[in-house]
Design a binder for this molecule. Structure first.
Ligand code: NI
Length: 185
């Protein structure tokens, strides 16, 4: 199963609207899911949208591994989840800002306002409809990945561009930026 090249900001596929999948249960979608996982695992990343590997379909794969959750957060880990034709609905008016990064903008972090609580409906590989609610970091991942399906990258959501930064300059190892439990809950 191949690791796929990841498109970077500027590629036309990342700017376009991806198409709905007619049938989530085909071998094509199963193969796409495997390629997305194979691409994420070596780089230890949480999520990817199909257009990022050049496939303009409304498909997202994500997870939240236990080791990404700061001590003290109430958020539970999320196993690998394939979302076909996901639709997000904000739950409540509350927003919060959270640091994001994106495989299509390597080396950068940006602070992005997001809905704090969202619902998502999607189909799985078995064709069943799934509904899920999420808050904090989990809600951010859902919004970030689903934005890719509409040609939106996180800098397009930022309201303060002074908060777009190279990770190497933010001295991550020195603890300048670290997710707090409240970013996740
Ligand atoms: Ni991204």
């Amino acid at each position: 199963m191949p690791v796929r090249d990841i498109l970077r900001m500027g590629h036309p596929i990342l700017r376009g609207r991806s198409s709905e999948v007619d049938d989530p249960t085909t071998a094509t979608i199963a193969g796409l899911r495997q390629d997305m996982e194979d691409t994420l695992v070596p780089i230890n990343s949480c999520g990817i949208a199909a257009p990022q590997i050049g496939i303009p379909l409304r498909v997202v794969l994500y997870r939240i591994p236990p080791d990404r959750i700061p001590a003290g957060a109430r958020t539970q880990p999320v196993p690998w989840t394939l979302m076909v034709n996901p639709v997000i609905t904000p739950l409540g008016p509350e927003t919060s800002e959270i640091w994001e990064r994106c495989l299509s903008l390597p080396g950068l972090y940006g602070r992005v306002p997001r809905h704090r609580r969202v619902g998502v409906r999607f189909h799985g590989l078995d064709g069943k409809l799934v509904e899920r609610e999420a808050t904090g970091f989990h809600a951010m991942i859902l919004q970030h990945e689903c934005d890719h399906l509409d040609g939106v990258l996180y800098p397009m959501r930022m309201t303060d561009m002074t908060q777009l930064s190279f990770a190497s300059e933010m001295n991550l190892a020195g603890g300048f930026f670290k997710y707090q439990p409240q970013d996740f809950d």
